[in-house]
Design a protein around this ligand. Structure first.
Ligand SMILES: Cc1cc2nc3c(=O)[nH]c(=O)nc-3n(C[C@H](O)[C@H](O)[C@H](O)COP(=O)(O)OP(=O)(O)OC[C@H]3O[C@@H](n4cnc5c(N)ncnc54)[C@H](O)[C@@H]3O)c2cc1C
Length: 562
């Protein structure tokens, strides 16, 4: 198309250009014309006047300025690409300028035009943004400097006023490590997306091309690099044809990570090139020292926690052994159970933190690790199911107070019944000491039935065998007389909750009759009372001449392992 009519004026100096701009509100600067003229032909831009600054020779230079480099706004891309100062001291700028368009574009287009045009698809704006460049603008009121982060305001819009001329671009010297990549459909095309990375301030500065309305900084990537690592600089990894000397950081294609950039890139069908630039300096001395210190601290904390918790739990368990069946004893047993359980959880968390510190040190993210574990993950899942089942069961055992440490229990599981005293209870397993001293470990999830023999009260039961010819009534009187005496003696007085009673004849055979005696006791003392009762009753029967059958009948026993 043919552009709309316009005036043309050539400026011999920056001051003249400013004055011409002031004379017409719709005037525009013309530099290389390689963005403005195509826009005018499409009638996207319709300036009433073009102020041509293309021949102001003063604005074309590259020079060192202390710890910075200054580039004149009219410096052509070709000259930027070949400036020795840039190649040596800020190679990414020289390299990126060499990637713009074709030789014709590079010989006409200017760095100032690229910046002032405000096109997010331009190669240099993202590079300059990553470098924290400064832009010098001159207007009717003098000169001002605008930081790159404040310069690009929206699509094709910048902080430049209509009557201001961009005169200079200032950049830091940055040759410690860099990378520049762009994705194009065809050679010499504009970037579909691009990324620039520069090593600076102990981290990486990352600029994104064409991933938003303006050039963007990949803040997430930069933050990650600052927190843990800088890029490992690989010497000699420049590709053939790169004229800029220096060193490249390794880059990889990954989904973009930074806010608006990520959204815009995904709008392009996920074609984002983002940069990890995080090839870690984990092999550097500093990294190893930092890592070793972090691990040492976390291991020291975990060890201290384990020792302190272990000490307290052992102390509580010791005290529990000395407790009785009274309210205070039961309270202590409960406390020991809860302390043991909580202590176990604290110790596990402390060591998990050590593991996490190691994984974080190597920047291993647990989420993807678990997801990518594939078959191993499934296997782990099955294993974890049992673990989860045991843990949940353990939690309910404690919450529902099914048993505490020190209780005498029967635990019925698929493997049979385990009877004994609970010595330890963790979320996963219960340790039961059997009466012969064997210590059994029962997974909490495997227990179907719990029989707690020390909860509430117990009943001592003794079956007394006498000859069938004996008068049962007489025997009853003898037994009742004995039980009456015993109830005020030790150990009966402290162990009995109710006076023992003679229940009567419960079995008769050819040779014997069985008379049952029962007594309600403190829960854990029933066996002791049974033993005492048997002894005393046997002695009294003998003393009173009551006959017993010659052939012993099997005695009913209620001891836990009988
Ligand atoms: C075929 C082709 C391929 C291209 N490929 C690429 C590519 O791959 N990568 C890439 O980054 N670019 C590419 N470009 C664009 C090229 O780099 C342009 O030269 C550049 O974007 C604009 O520079 P210019 O000097 O031509 O500016 P102009 O087109 O003259 O001006 C552009 C805008 O900036 C303003 N302006 C210019 N200079 C100043 C100043 N000093 N102060 C204030 N305002 C000013 C103008 O008023 C105008 O609005 C390509 C262009 C073409 C035609």
């Amino acid at each position: 198309m043919i552009p709309a009519p316009f005036e043309y004026a050539r400026a011999g100096s920056v001051e003249e250009a400013i004055s011409l701009l002031g004379s017409d509100a719709d005037a525009k600067i013309l530099a290389g014309g390689h963005s403005l003229l195509p826009a005018m032909r499409l009638r996207v831009a319709r300036p009433s006047m073009l102020v041509d600054i293309g021949r102001i020779a003063d604005l074309s230079y590259v020079r060192e300025d202390g710890d910075r480099l200054a580039i004149g706004a009219l410096t052509r891309h070709h000259d930027v690409a070949n400036a020795e100062a840039l190649q040596q001291l800020c190679p990414i700028v020289a390299h990126a300028a060499g990637q713009i368009g074709d030789p014709q574009v590079r010989h006409m287009g200017t760095i100032g035009g690229s910046v002032a045009h405000g096109d997010p698809a331009g190669d240099l704006p993202a590079v300059l943004l990553a470098l924290d460049a400064e832009f010098v603008a001159q207007g009717p009121n003098g000169t001002r400097t605008v930081a790159a982060t404040d310069f690009f305001t929206s699509l094709f819009e910048t902080a430049l006023a209509p009557d201001e001329v961009l005169t200079e671009i200032r950049i830091p010297k940055a040759n410690a490590g860099w990378s520049f990549m762009k994705f194009q459909r065809r050679a010499q095309d504009w970037a579909v997306v691009g990324v620039s990375a520069v090593r600076a301030n102990g981290g990486v500065h990352v600029g994104l091309t064409n991933m938003g309305l303006t050039p963007l900084r990949a803040a997430g990537v930069e933050e990650a690099s600052r927190r843990r690592r800088g890029p490992r600089v690989r010497r000699g990894t420049r590709r053939r044809g790169d004229r800029a000397p220096g060193r490249c950081v390794r880059v990889r294609r990954v989904p973009p990570s930074a806010g608006e950039g990520a959204r815009s890139a995904s709008a392009r069908g996920g074609l984002g090139i983002a940069l990890l630039a995080q090839d870690p300096i984990r092999y550097s001395r500093d990294w190893w020292i930092e890592f070793a210190v972090a691990i040492a601290i976390s291991i020291a904390i975990a060890t201290a926690v384990s020792l302190i918790v272990g000490r307290y739990v052992r102390r509580y368990r010791r005290r529990t052994k000395e407790t009785g069946d009274d309210v205070e004893g039961r309270r202590r047993r409960r406390l020991t159970t809860v302390v043991g359980l909580a202590g176990g959880i604290v110790v596990v968390i402390a060591w998990l933190m050590v593991g996490l510190t190691i994984l974080r040190g190597f920047n291993v993210s647990l989420g993807p690790l678990v997801v990518s574990a594939g078959i191993a993950g499934v296997a782990l899942g099955f294993g974890a199911q049992t673990l989860v089942r045991d843990t949940i069961s353990g939690l309910f055992i404690v919450l529902e107070r099914q048993y505490d440490i020190g209780d005498v229990v029967d635990l019925e599981s698929d493997g049979g019944v385990v009877s004994g005293t609970v010595e330890a209870l963790s979320l996963r397993i219960t340790s039961v000491r059997q009466f012969d001293g064997t210590l059994s470990f029962v997974p909490n999830g495997a227990v179907h039935v719990v029989r707690n023999k020390t909860r509430g009260w117990g009943r001592a039961i003794v079956d007394v065998r006498v000859a069938v010819a004996e008068d049962a009534g007489r025997v009853r009187v003898v037994l009742e007389e004995l039980l009456e005496q015993l109830s005020s003696e030790e150990p009966f007085e402290s162990a009995l909750r109710k006076n023992p009673e003679v229940l009567g004849v419960v079995q008769v055979t050819d040779a014997a009759q069985v008379i049952r005696v029962a007594a309600e006791t403190e829960p854990s003392r029933r066996w002791e009372i049974e033993r005492e009762l048997r002894e005393r009753i046997t002695a009294r029967i003998a003393e009173r001449g009551i006959r017993v059958p010659p052939v012993p009948m099997p005695q009913r026993g209620s001891e836990p392992d009988a």
